[in-house]
Design a protein around this ligand. Structure first.
Ligand code: PBG
Length: 324
């Protein structure tokens, strides 16, 4: 029915009515807080391109996890900066690797926190690529063997969820098989299913000290132009046993996110990446935008597009803002 019988402004008249008809609501339980852990003690090193984010030693990581828990955040995802890098990414699957140490420390301090372990090799290889190099290229199948080992060692250390982000074909199947074989049948996999080769990862590579030393990641991460291909990526990961899937980055890929959610109806994550965070921080520092308003609007838009959970560097701030 048309105007004047219908007036949509009627339901916008007061805060109480707006609240009643609100379709999407953010909750601290939607957020997953990424943490960068490095060796040492009492370390809290600011990351220049990500104001408010730090490289943390394990003890500081536990401290921040406790603060996040208190604010209502129920999940973190761990990234590691190892002592040493080498050609085979040994730091990624060492029993006393940095992510393994952090996972076990957080789980002992906060047994109910859902601790996710990012599984990728770029932080652990001396060349900065996400796998083993053979003939000048990242070798898919050799990398799968390392992924399988890494997943088991992360699960042994206490990680509740394994999150492979290397964009190797068959990585979910390889990890599922390895976890099942090591008696971790109940450890879920959050697959970075549609991960694009994106300029938005710039600040992360400073944070994790993981830029590729030659070439770029376009040989394994997705072309930003492709949405249909994302459907194939998700389909394969689902077939291989992914329990949850992710689209990454978030803000420039909301169309992909929305299609993924609609088509599979799976628990779906979106990663609002370092560049998305840095852009808001930078504009806010100049006084050009209202940080809190924009950050919450961005998170809301990601949830509205179909995300059940959001990996975001704003997790702690947003959780606090929502409870004020
Ligand atoms: C590792 C990885 C990256 C990010 C998460 N896992 C970087 C990359 O692929 O280059 C990016 C996260 C962010 O930018 O916040 N492969």
């Amino acid at each position: 029915m048309a105007f004047p019988a219908n007036r949509l402004r009627r339901l916008r008249a007061t805060p109480a009515i707006r609240e009643l008809v609100r379709e999407t609501k953010l909750d601290a339980g939607d957020f997953i807080l990424p943490l960068f852990i490095r060796p040492g003690k009492n370390l809290k090193r600011p990351i220049a391109s990500m104001p408010g984010q730090y490289q943390l030693s394990v003890d500081e990581g536990v401290k921040l996890s406790k603060e996040a828990w208190k604010a209502g955040v129920r999940s973190i995802i761990l990234f590691g900066i190892p002592e040493k890098k080498d050609g085979l990414a040994r730091g990624a699957y060492a029993a006393d690797g940095i992510v393994q140490k952090a996972a076990s420390a957080v789980k002992s301090a906060l047994p109910d926190m859902a601790v996710m372990a990012d599984l990728c090799f770029c932080e652990y290889t001396d060349h900065g690529h996400c796998g083993v190099i053979k003939n000048g290229r990242v070798d898919n199948d050799d990398t799968l063997e390392l992924a399988a080992k890494t997943a088991v060692s992360q699960a042994k250390a206490g990680a509740d969820v394994i999150a492979p982000s290397g964009m190797m074909d068959g990585q979910v199947a390889a990890i599922r098989r390895a976890l099942d074989g090591a008696d971790f049948r109940d450890t879920p996999i959050l697959a970075y299913a549609a991960k694009y080769a994106s300029g938005f990862y710039g600040p992360f590579r400073d944070a994790a000290e993981s830029p590729p030393q030659f070439g770029d990641r376009s040989g394994y991460q997705m072309d930003p132009a492709n949405a249909l291909e994302a459907m194939r990526e998700v389909a394969l990961d689902v077939e291989e046993g992914a329990d949850m899937v992710m689209v990454k980055p978030a803000l420039s890929y909301l169309d992909v996110l929305s299609k993924v959610k609609e088509r599979w109806g799976l628990p779906t994550a979106a990663y609002s990446v370092s560049g998305e965070y840095a852009m808001i921080k930078a504009a806010a520092a100049k006084g050009w935008i209202d940080e809190r308003r924009i950050a919450l609007e961005v998170l809301l838009s990601i949830k509205r597009a179909g995300a059940d959970m959001i990996l975001t560097y704003y997790a702690l701030d947003a959780a606090r803002w929502l409870s004020e």
